[in-house]
Design a binder for this molecule. Structure first.
Ligand code: FEO
Ligand code: CA
Ligand code: CA
Ligand code: CA
Length: 686
């Protein structure tokens, strides 16, 4: 997440700016979601109400003002006592709940099971260990079990100083968050780069509940790492096209790695999709014309870095100059695209499918789902004989929400990922009156023609953002996760902030600078038909503190549930909505506008009553991301990513790492999964 960037010409100077964020790159004149929202507010049609009103009142545009409900009924879905806002460097769960740690960074899962040495492991070892910065995650039961399954977990990005804390150049040095060490020639150590590439990607490992009730990582032939160096197939309309031909893949069918895997999705055929979110800044394109950057539109619209070191870790500057590293230099260096890696960024920004039960199957990028900063993907419930529908947000400021509808029909037991290779990609337009439209991004539709610069379907997909600009999609405030209510079919999406106003513009009459705290939007369809191109939307809640928030019952958030910057979002089988906050690297010394909310947290909501309750808080510097339960709902897995990220360079030099989580033994903090159970053995949340 990050806040306020829109109002800062130099977005890196904005409060709340996170080193992981992409550079805003949408220069289109399309309307912003805040403009749409404010138009509704201005017309007193800002509806936060029940879904019945939403479905019946908004379709067709007849929207009656709705007074706030008197007081919400107490939810039968939420049976736990709220935990307070926390400023502690620890995990807090409600009374009657317990937790343990599972699979922190460095845990061996495959090969010769190299032992974890936090801060000292090699690249070769990391390739068989759980990666860093745990994010989206799913539990795939083995034979339906709630005691035995495969965890598949994304590793969004890395904290190099923690991966290398015990190595020369890092130990005892004032290394800031996100920084890497270059030698006197401006080159990087090969093994450090190899390790960083391996700490990205996805981990797949078996976990089993032991006799004493604890969960353990267990050896299994299906355990494997998919990293940002693993061979991946391209599939769908972009496969084999000139857009993705490189020195490594002259026929444009393969690429090495999936990159910056944020959230995920689970397909109706039980495979895993890993999203590629903030991938653009891993590349460097220094091509110039008249001393100015000269990037093709498929780089520029995504924010590919023009810095010689790129926007991240300078992997292309590894000392050896080996091909596996120089591919992150996207400059046109050779005589043709087959002699360099100018097209390498075109093979990133997709959804990557992984079959956790088939360790020999290469991951596959499904290009018909579009190319952007995919936060994740969520599928509508699939029905036999109908198309497959899924939704994905583009998490960068001013970007869009997309939907894919397959051409083929779902057939349980027969359908596989190939169904995602043909269909229609749409982008959302939100109207002021609470209705919305899905606009097709397809050749000849909505003005996407060759004379307007869109040669064919592959061209549209590689340039998804530009196509969405062209058709007039609504610019959203950083769409993060989506979730579909299993009971009603309503689709929920987190919008992590909506900062219209700078903090110094706040006055008594304009208190909505706190609107920077984000909101959750939801929509439904007439007849529950997810393939429909019209929908009805409202806001489920406005996050914030007691003076700057709104719940579905019309009331404000209170001490039991104030939170900001909704990010992770997941419905459990009983329709409990789990909400995770990502306020960035907040720690004990944080003193900005997000201070009232303490450390990042997990909350639960009842989508019917609108009630929200804080379930769990985490340690210093982390964000809370990735949540799933076993099928019986009795074991929950939650990730804490980047603990200690707020630690300064001076602290690092002194051997203070910003958090002790999860080992609390003086070694570097590590991202990890927290396993939560209820002491009475009941369903989590009850
Ligand atoms: Fe990776 Fe948008 O959070
Ligand atoms: Ca983050
Ligand atoms: Ca986020
Ligand atoms: Ca996220």
């Amino acid at each position: 997440m990050s806040d306020f960037e829109r109002d800062y010409p130099d977005h890196t100077q904005a409060p709340g700016y996170q080193h992981g964020d992409e550079v805003p790159s949408n220069r289109s004149a399309n309307r912003n979601f805040y403009q749409v929202m404010e138009a509704r507010v201005a017309r007193r049609q800002f509806l936060i109400g029940g879904l019945a009103t939403l479905a019946t009142g908004l379709i067709g545009g007849s929207l009656a003002p709705k007074p706030a409900m008197a007081k919400a009924a107490t939810s039968s879905l939420l049976g736990f006592k709220a935990v307070p806002v926390s400023y502690q460097d620890k995990v807090v769960v409600p009374e009657g709940y317990s937790f343990q740690i599972l699979g922190p960074t460095g845990t061996p899962i495959s090969g010769d099971m190299p032992v974890s040495r936090p801060g000292a492991n090699t690249g070769a070892e990391q390739e068989h260990q759980i990666g860093q910065h745990h994010d989206g995650m799913h539990f795939f039961p083995i034979e339906g079990s709630s005691n035995d399954g495969l965890i598949v977990v994304n590793h969004e990005y890395i904290e190099p100083r923690l991966l290398h804390a015990e190595k020369p150049g890092y130990k005892g040095q004032p290394i800031g968050t996100h920084s890497v060490v270059y030698d006197a020639e401006g080159r990087r150590d090969d093994d450090e780069v190899r390790m960083e590439i391996a700490a990205h990607g996805v981990s797949i490992y078996r976990t089993t509940r032991q006799a004493d009730g604890t969960w353990a990582v267990v050896a299994d032939p299906r355990n494997r790492r998919v990293t940002s160096g693993t061979l991946v197939e391209l599939s769908g309309p972009v496969r084999g096209t000139p857009h993705v031909r490189t020195r490594f893949s002259p026929d444009g069918t393969q690429v090495r790695g999936t990159l910056n895997n944020c959230s995920h999705g689970v397909t109706p055929w039980n495979t895993y999709l890993a999203a590629e979110e903030n991938w653009a800044s891993y590349f460097s394109n220094t091509d110039k014309i008249d001393q100015k950057p000269d990037l093709p539109r498929e780089h520029a619209r995504y924010g590919v870095s023009t810095s010689p070191r790129g926007g991240r870790f300078g992997w292309h500057l590894a000392k050896s100059g080996a091909d596996e590293f120089v591919r992150f230099d996207a400059s046109a260096k050779g005589a043709s695209p087959l002699e360099d890696y100018r097209n390498e960024p075109n093979a990133m920004g997709w959804m990557t499918e992984i079959d956790p039960f088939n360790p020999d199957a290469a991951p596959i990028k499904r290009t018909h789902l579009g190319r952007f900063a995919h936060e994740g993907v969520v599928f509508a419930p699939a029905t036999a004989g109908g198309p497959v529908v899924c939704y994905s947000g583009d998490d960068s400021r001013f970007e869009y929400i997309y939907k894919f509808v397959s051409a083929g029909d779902f057939s349980p037991g027969q359908t596989d990922g190939a169904i995602l290779d043909q269909g229609t990609l749409y982008v959302a337009k939100f109207n002021d009156d609470g209705t919305g439209q899905w606009l097709a991004l397809a050749p000849g539709q909505n003005g996407l023609t060759p004379d307007k610069g869109f040669a064919d379907l592959a061209d549209i997909l590689v340039n998804t953002r530009l196509a969405a600009d062209h058709v007039g999609a609504t610019k959203m405030d950083r769409p993060e996760w989506g979730a579909v209510d299993p009971r009603t079919g309503a689709v929920y999406f987190t919008l992590t902030n909506n900062s219209r106003r700078r903090p110094d513009q706040v006055d008594a009459a304009n208190p909505r600078a706190a609107n920077n705290f984000g909101q959750i939007v939801r929509w439904t369809y007439e007849g529950g038909d997810h393939t429909a191109t019209r929908f009805a939307w409202d806001l489920f809640l406005l996050a914030g503190d007691a003076g700057n928030s709104k719940l579905a019952d019309g009331g404000a958030l209170n001490e039991d549930n104030i939170f900001a910057c909704p990010d992770g979002l997941w419905f459990d089988a009983q329709s409990r909505l789990w909400i995770q906050s990502d306020m960035g690297d907040v720690g004990p010394d944080y003193d900005g506008p997000l201070k009232p909310f303490g450390m990042n947290m997990l909350l639960a909501a009842d989508p019917t009553t609108g009630e929200v309750r804080r379930f769990m808080t985490g340690p210093w510097g982390q964000e809370c991301t990735g949540v799933v339960t076993t099928p019986d709902g009795k074991t929950m897995f939650v990730n804490f990513q980047h603990p200690g990220a707020q630690g300064t360079g001076a602290q690092f030099a002194a051997g203070e790492f910003g958090s002790g989580f999860p080992d609390y033994n003086g070694s570097v903090p590590r991202s990890a999964t927290v396993v939560i159970t209820k002491d009475d053995g009941g369903v989590i949340g009850t």
